[in-house]
Design a protein. Sequence first.
Length: 267
Amino acid sequence: MTDPSSAILSACSSPLAIFTDFDGTLVEIAESPGAVHVPSHLTARLKALDAALSGAFAIVTGRTIADIDAFLSARIFTISGSHGAECRHAGKIREPDAALGAAAQSIAAGLRSAMGNDDRILIEIKPAGVALHYRAAPERRDEAHSAMSDIIAGFKDFHFIEGKKVVEARPKGIDKGAAVAALMELEPFVGRTPIFIGDDVTDEDGFNAVQSMNGAGIKIGPGPTTARFSLPDVNAVYDFLDRVPQLQTGLTSRPAKPEGQQQGIPR
């Protein structure tokens, strides 16, 4: 029986470019953004992957670049942070628009007023957006959505998107798909077959982007998705990433299989 990693890699033409989300993909989701546990092996694992791909590896996340650096204690990776509003590649940093940051502060102030003094609610201000986390208070989901919807109605450059017990105000035109597309125009990503790995609604833009380039999306965990493949959990992601250096050099370059979801693990 073909293992999932081999099945995915055999469906993609080599050489590869790999893009991954962070929460729910490289680390397990925690009760709050600061509470995630980063396995001791993760940074070394990612360094090995980055080296095997000649640098064609990037983390594409809703978190800030500073967050990822703090968790991984390594600044060698390409990172597209805040859903693509900021990026670090080849030692160069593209900062988010200052006007978007100012708008995010105003949105956050409105959310604090609307949601009241509840320690279970976390309002996370990002360089170009705001995340309202209600994981510790799931019964306030409808309030969170209504508050975000009402407040961003006054900010024409923003819209909101739902994630796993979080709702985010995000600048229009900024998403993980656009972030991947921009990186694919740069060395060493250009000309490679892109794979995007993620677990949440915001990752669907990434799946769609790579699949429009004859690449593959990999959805982690259950739920509806446009991704061609799935893996069950974070440990399966580790296995897949470990297999990339072993398998991609031994694969005969093949065209991607026709559209339609294909899996080592059926969805």
